[in-house]
Ligand binder design. Structure first.
Ligand SMILES: [Zn+2]
Ligand SMILES: [Zn+2]
Length: 81
C-alpha cells in the first residue's frame, strides 16, 4: 500500500501512525494534513476582524472590464445616396 498523498509505501515504518481517510485513502500521519488540505479543502471565507471582533468577509474582487459608459456613439452616420 502506498500513501495516497506522497506515493511512498506505508509499511516503511511499521508501527507509525497511518490515517485512513473517509475517502478511503491511506495516508502517512505526517502527510495527513496535506492530504486534507489538498483533497478535502473545506469551503472558507477570507475576511478580516474589526476592532469590535466582528468578522468582515472580504468582498470578492470584481473585475469590471466593461468599457466606460457614454462612449461616443457613431454620430453623423452618413448615408451615401
Ligand atoms: Zn505520505
Ligand atoms: Zn481523504
Amino acid at each position: 500500500m502506498n500513501c495516497s498523498f506522497c506515493g511512498s509505501p506505508l509499511h516503511l515504518y511499521p508501527g507509525r501512525a497511518v490515517f485512513k481517510c473517509y475517502c478511503k485513502a491511506l495516508i502517512h500521519g505526517y502527510c495527513w494534513e496535506k492530504h486534507v488540505l489538498a483533497s478535502h479543502m473545506p469551503p472558507f471565507v477570507v475576511g478580516t476582524i474589526t476592532l469590535y471582533g466582528e468578522f468582515k468577509p472580504k468582498k470578492p474582487e470584481k473585475k469590471e472590464d466593461s468599457p466606460p459608459k457614454g462612449s461616443v456613439a457613431l454620430a453623423g452616420k452618413q448615408k451615401l445616396e
